[in-house]
Write a protein that binds this ligand. Structure first.
Ligand code: SF4
Ligand code: SF4
Length: 378
């Protein structure tokens, strides 16, 4: 498929920081929207302005001046979980999610940030302080498996630290077990809430703090795939990033399968849900399935749409904060998919998805817990 040609060459002078994203915005704007069925947001709230095409075209129109820059127009950039689903259905593999993050930043610079996102920006310093305290709590819970100055630092992620402290502790214990030595717990936030809320410069500045928090470590083991994606964004922006080698906990575990034992699960199917950031974001599909297969003694059950075509849980991109009803409707759709295929337990590897699935009443478990049990660490 070839994108329709542009009627003229329009400068993006009304949102000038979007100039670097002009090609991506025009690719969507002049396209017949082949990706529309992939978007969890416009599937849950069927409005043309919320399709990937709609959100990109409105950002393009607001930037060129052909659409008025209003709060309603700006709000559409926050109607995205950053799931990469549209990219998989696009002949151009257009990067809509990252472009809409830049659009959020441009709208913020034009003073059009939606109130919920403004609240996230205003509350970030308190969030960063809470992250330090919560990392300390998880480190205490992991006891002798944690030592300050250890060669391996575990970046659990603030979603685990705030909403899933048992799972955060399991991840730290599993990492220590795999390393065969105590680990330290990183007590800085990667800053992803800032990027999602629309302040890219503050997000990039967070890289230096994370670098400081991992000083002395030779290896950083990342648990939440969203944090791993954030580290990649730092690197792409040419910013400071941690000097240590970076590995995903789930990939470390998949390289040590012989050390994993069978784990008992609740009766019924055990279905793996691909988190968007781990799957389409980082391209990791096999490692979690290999760990689960070993722990279960059989391959995990699957959603109808899986791997590259998996559907989003509605947890990402601040959607639960900016559009809570749409986020809940999206999560319920995933749970309905799960129930239609026989129900049972959902396994995820993303703290935000875990808390959404549980919040909507599903039986859900995190891969960190499976791993800690399979390693005999809990
Ligand atoms: S993401 Fe691709 S298919 Fe979807 S509107 Fe943009 S260019 Fe078209
Ligand atoms: S990245 Fe996901 S949520 Fe965002 S526009 Fe694309 S399909 Fe929709």
């Amino acid at each position: 498929m070839t994108a329709m040609s542009r009627p003229d060459d329009r400068a993006l002078r009304h949102l000038p920081t979007l100039e670097a994203q002009k090609a991506a915005l025009e690719t969507c704007t002049f396209c017949p929207k082949l990706c529309r069925s992939a978007c969890p947001v416009s599937n849950a709230e069927p409005r043309e302005s919320l399709t990937p095409w709609g959100k990109m075209s409105l950002a393009y129109g607001a930037a060129t001046g052909s659409v008025a820059r209003t709060e309603d127009v700006a709000q559409t950039a926050w109607a995205c979980t950053g799931c990469f689903g549209c990219r998989e259905h696009c002949d151009h593999r257009n990067e809509v999610g990252p472009t809409l993050l830049d659009a959020r930043d441009a709208y913020r610079a034009a003073d059009l940030t939606p109130p919920a996102a403004r609240g996230v920006l205003a509350g970030f310093d308190a969030h960063a302080r809470d992250t330090v305290a919560r990392a300390g709590i998880v480190a205490d819970r992991a006891g002798a498996k944690v030592a300050a100055g250890a060669k391996t630092a575990v970046l659990v992620g603030c979603a685990y630290l705030s909403r899933a402290q048992d799972e955060a502790t399991h991840a730290v214990l599993a990492a220590a077990e795999l390393e065969g030595a105590p680990v330290s717990v990183v007590d800085a936030c990667c800053g992803l809430p800032l990027l999602h809320a629309g302040d890219k410069a503050r997000f990039l500045a967070q890289a230096a703090l994370l670098d400081d928090a991992t000083k002395g470590a030779e290896r950083v083991v990342v648990v939440d795939p969203g944090c791993a994606v954030a580290l990649r964004v730092y690197a792409r922006a040419g910013g400071v990033t941690t000097r240590a080698s970076v590995e995903l906990l789930v990939e470390l575990a998949a390289a040590e399968l012989v050390r994993l034992s069978r784990v008992s699960f609740a009766e019924g199917p055990v279905r793996y849900h691909d988190p968007c950031q781990l799957g389409r974001g980082l391209g990791v599909y096999e490692a979690p399935r290999a760990v689960l297969t070993r722990a279960l003694g059989r391959a995990p059950d699957e959603f109808f749409r899986k791997r590259e075509d998996a559907r989003c849980s509605g947890a990402g991109g601040l959607l639960p904060v900016t559009m809570p009803e749409v986020a809940s409707a999206t999560t319920r759709r995933r749970i309905d998919d799960h129930v239609e295929r026989g129900g049972g337990t959902i396994v995820t590897a993303c703290a935000s998805s875990l808390s959404r699935f549980r919040g909507e009443g599903a039986e859900a478990i995190d891969l960190s817990t499976v791993l800690a049990r399979a390693l005999g660490a809990v």
